[in-house]
Design a protein. Structure first.
Lengths: 136, 136
């Protein structure tokens, strides 16, 4: 996997990886300015949410569970000292659908948490990760 | 830090964190379709590039080194088995400027690598990280 990150101005960067879709990475918020994109640690948290959400969609599809909606809400705490890695991350999976079978949902969430989610298994090397779910 | 990732369709998600700027996370490439945003592991690699680039800009500014251009080129290898974390990441810092003092540049790069870059110090828990630099 290849990626390039190019400085634009101030603390704003343009990044592009294999998908070819450019993203703006911006730490303008730390300068008290309005950012034009997420900062790097925001991107890690978003990547974690996307990674585990993709797993859940794919696993429930394979289980023939008709999922209608999914949102992953994440809260991360960072270490106080440099390097300010995530020290704790909490995930809440909010699932929507008609009569979703709780046993299969729980199994899908266990599979992404324990086996499949690549980003999670990098983040959990520094962060204590906890998760729960609710039906909407 | 707070983030929410919401399923849109297929393997496409909308993510928004504290900065308030929405991003599209899209694994459509794995379905053979054209993605509308980077996939989660791409986002981690981009976050790593942005994180360390921000450090370099800030540190060289503090050292009063007049940096004119910066690009971080990243290549990541993933583990073959689930969870497919990064197993190796190579970074190349490309710096532009007039008569950049190599000792200060090297010190700045050592500082981000060894002390400051939050994303790096999560990624390097699973990946062997190597880096080099060149002047453009």
């Amino acid at each position: 996997m290849h990626a390039e990150v190019t400085w634009l101005e101030k603390l704003r960067f343009r990044g592009v990886a294999d998908s070819g879709v450019p993203v703006t990475i911006d730490a303008a918020g730390t300068l008290g300015e309005r950012p034009q994109g997420p900062g790097p640690m925001e991107m890690v948290l978003l990547a974690l949410g996307g990674c585990t959400a993709i797993d859940v969609v794919l696993i429930l599809e394979k289980m023939r569970v008709p999922l209608k909606g999914l949102r992953v809400v994440l809260d991360g705490d960072r270490a106080e000292d440099h390097p300010k890695v995530f020290s704790r991350v909490r995930l809440v999976y909010e699932l929507a659908g008609d009569d979703l079978p709780e046993d299969k949902v729980r199994r899908a969430l266990e599979l992404t948490q324990e086996k499949y989610c690549s980003v999670l298994h990098m983040v959990n090397k520094t962060a204590e990760v906890s998760w729960e779910y609710r039906f909407r």
